[in-house]
Design a binder for this molecule. Structure first.
Ligand SMILES: O=C(CO)[C@H](O)[C@H](O)COP(=O)(O)O
Length: 232
């Protein structure tokens, strides 16, 4: 089956969790975009919800779909965030940030009672790390930040190259927050919680793409149907 169809099916399954009056975090990426479009169809039919987008791209998509938006300055908590992921392991830990929106995605997910991850089944892995781990950094002092990151990788039992994510016209990719992204080609992350802790305390690191203990439900769409994994 076409991958886009699988993503749309996962999005449709997550939509079944949405009720009128809910406050929703709206993720970023091609799978989350399916969710926003399906949600927009329900809104046009009269469903009343309000959303907080996790990127300027998602803001534009949601506005185009007629979804009412707000911010975390206006409201306190969200009921559910629905977002995609680059990798999901069996502990429901994630790598996110392939679309460059990890900082806002993590802030929005952390302000939510539930995080539902939607993906096609190819995103499920035994061990995180095949997908390069995005790390959002401040441009100032990049050399020092790179060295501290390499020390953290060693301490967490992994190793790999750091590549500055390219943007347009030979310049670095710039996030919605005005930062850069280093993609860490680690291959395998044996202890994601440990690495997440080590990365979080490095000056110059704004945020990293390891989402540990945040997802409450993962909806995986495959050729044989939909599988839902709940946090124990
Ligand atoms: O983390 C993300 C964006 O920062 C996305 O959720 C992740 O990259 C998955 O995207 P897609 O649904 O296009 O595979």
């Amino acid at each position: 089956m076409d991958k886009e169809e699988l993503k749309r099916r996962a999005a449709a399954r997550a939509l079944e969790e949405v009720r009128g009056g809910m406050k929703l975090g709206l993720g970023t990426g091609s799978t989350a975009k399916h969710f926003v479009e399906l949600l927009g169809e329900r809104v046009r039919l009269g469903l009343e919800i309000i959303g907080v987008p996790t990127s300027e791209v998602t803001r534009a998509d949601a506005e185009r779909c007629g979804i009412r938006l707000t911010s975390l300055d206006e409201i306190d908590r969200l009921d559910i965030t629905i977002d995609g992921a680059d990798e999901v392991d069996h502990h429901l830990d994630l790598i996110k940030g392939g679309g460059g929106a990890l900082l806002r995605e993590k802030i929005v997910a952390a302000a939510s009672d539930r995080m539902i991850v939607i993906a096609d089944e190819s995103k499920l892995v035994d061990t995180l790390g095949r997908f390069p781990l995005p790390i959002e950094v401040i441009p100032f002092g990049l050399g020092a930040t790179r060295r501290a990151l390499q020390n953290a990788f060693t301490a967490a039992g992994c190793d790999g190259e750091l590549k500055l994510r390219p943007g347009k016209d030979g310049h670095a990719f710039v996030t919605d927050g005005g930062h850069w992204i280093l993609d860490a080609q680690l291959g395998r992350i044996p202890d994601a919680p440990r690495l997440a802790q080590l990365l979080s305390v490095i000056p110059g690191v704004v945020e990293h793409g390891l989402f540990v203990g945040m997802a409450s439900t993962v909806v995986l769409a495959g050729a044989d149907g939909i599988r839902t994994i709940e946090r124990a």
